[in-house]
Design a binder for this molecule. Structure first.
Ligand SMILES: [Zn+2]
Length: 493
């Protein structure tokens, strides 16, 4: 990243950044928050609208039950306490893409409060980040500034997004580094995807983040004046914007100035933030309870019925997969990254003779080929039953890993499933004990140094001999038989 004036690292070290995040998440409901209009990204402008979401006089909002259920799921997954009673409020402001002149939100009585999320502390432990609140609200429409022949002097309004259900998740100012903020956001997104409440598509604006950032001298009691970086559309940009802001604010303070409380925008091309408008503190939204909606009552029975749909969450799932399938922490993390992928893995792992082989095939052979071909798991030529079959052939020693790689290559070339390719190509396998022993003798004779090591007690050297014989057999030696015979031969050699 580049900054105008780089503070020396000893100056940076004097200061403590303080970061809080506000994340807006669109909920994946079928219809909008307070009307029956379809909740869908895009569409012909101003076609997903009705008198309610256009704010026409006399139109009355009716709260979407599914939106509440999604919000309760997300709250619980983030360890928040769901309040039995919460209240919708009008947040008044004038903006062209908000035809009502106010946004229905929640103010002093939000749906849920007092949650937390753990992030790593960089020393193998964790640090707990408080989640102040999760409240429900509605999205505004969009101002369209370009794409029209007269865009140079006109802005158009598309109200399709008006009334899309949102939750806003507000963290405590507990984050201390841009890296922690990045991890918090990554984990938050993972949890929201797992619970299925949002698609978290940042390009389409389903997940948007504002960051509050200030700096203070280390050991100081009082936070510095904060700036808000608004509407950054990727986690990486948030991290970069925070790095920029920390240095900018330190430079301001170090040169005797005062940080101004303001909103700033991040320019990713220049890797810097710009002042958007000042005197943000003077904003008065004149909140008052929404007179057209009763207070929201989520009793224990309803809450319990909603939570039946709360899935096992990523962190718990990773830990369980390490225990159940003997996976490494890293492999479990990669697999549990996506709930769909983890589901596929677990189904296959239960059918195969070795779960670990399934994991190795997925991570070692499949993912790389999928990425190279630019296709999703769902479109993979090698199906999950194909993975199970391949894993079992490996486990039974009926296929060497080299042969398997060759078969997978064919699958990706011809877009056929593994079963078909295996049936046709049935790679030759040498299972003749005598033939394999001859090759082993040859390899042992050619490698006296390694034989000495083996005799000296370094038993792992047997893998070297297995590899050499496998190469000599052009990958055709029966691996199970080969392993067995190599050890037998080495022990008497
Ligand atoms: Zn509507």
């Amino acid at each position: 990243m580049s900054t105008a004036t780089l503070s020396p690292s000893d100056v940076l070290a004097k200061y403590q950044p303080v970061i809080g995040l506000e994340v807006h998440v669109q909920l994946l409901t079928r219809t909008k928050a307070f009307c029956g209009c379809i909740n869908q990204y895009g569409g012909e402008p101003n076609t997903h609208c009705c008198p309610v979401c256009l704010g026409l006089p006399g139109a009355l909002p009716v709260l979407n039950r599914q939106a509440v259920e999604f919000a309760v799921l997300a709250s619980t997954a983030l360890h928040c306490t769901v309040n039995e009673d919460s209240v919708f409020a009008r947040k008044n402001y004038f903006y062209p893409d908000s035809p009502k002149g106010y946004q229905i939100s929640q103010f002093d009585k939000p749906l849920a409060e007092n949650g937390w999320m753990d992030v790593s502390d960089g020393n193998g432990g964790t640090r707990r980040i408080g989640i102040t609140r999760l409240h429900m609200e509605e999205d505004a429409g969009k101002s369209v500034h370009d794409g029209f022949s007269d865009s140079a002097n006109r802005t158009y309004i598309d109200l399709n997004r008006c009334g899309t259900p949102l939750v806003e998740i507000v963290s405590e100012p507990d984050l201390r580094t841009p890296e922690e903020a990045y991890e918090y956001l990554t984990k938050l997104k993972e949890i929201l995807l797992y619970t299925g409440v949002s698609d978290c598509n940042m390009e389409e604006g389903s997940l948007r983040c504002d960051a509050n950032i200030s700096v203070m001298l280390k050991g100081a009691e009082q936070y510095g004046t904060k700036a808000e970086v608004k509407n950054v559309n990727s986690f990486r940009f948030i991290r970069d914007a925070l790095h920029f802001e920390i240095e900018r604010q330190i430079d301001v303070v170090e040169s005797g100035g005062r940080v101004v409380q303001e909103s700033r925008l991040y320019n990713s091309a220049e890797c810097r933030t710009y002042s958007m408008r000042s005197k943000e503190a003077a904003h008065d939204y004149r909140y008052f309870p929404e007179p057209d909606l009763p207070s929201l009552h989520v009793n224990a029975a309803w809450r319990d019925a909603i939570l039946v749909n709360l899935p096992e969450l990523p962190e718990a799932r990773r830990a369980r997969m390490v225990a159940d399938y003997d996976l490494s922490v890293q492999d479990a993390a990669t697999i549990a990254n996506s709930r769909a992928f983890a589901d596929e893995f677990e189904t296959a792992a239960k059918q195969a003779k070795s779960a670990k082989r399934v994991a190795n095939l997925l991570l070692g052979e499949l993912i790389g080929r999928l990425n190279a071909a630019g296709i999703e798991l769902a479109q993979s030529p090698v199906s999950m039953p194909g993975i199970v079959q391949a894993a079992d052939l490996l486990e039974d020693g009926k296929l060497s890993s080299k042969q398997l790689k060759g078969l997978f290559d064919v699958c990706f070339e011809t877009r056929e499933d593994f079963a078909a390719v295996y049936e046709r190509e049935k790679p030759e396998q040498i299972s003749d004990t005598g033939a394999i022993e001859t090759m082993i003798d040859e390899v042992i004779a050619a490698n006296p140094k390694q034989l000495e090591q083996y005799r000296g007690g370094k038993k792992t050297v047997s893998a070297f001999f297995v590899g050499q014989v496998m190469r000599l057999s052009k990958g055709q030696a029966n691996p199970a038989l080969l392993n067995e015979l190599v050890v037998k031969k080495l022990d008497i050699a």
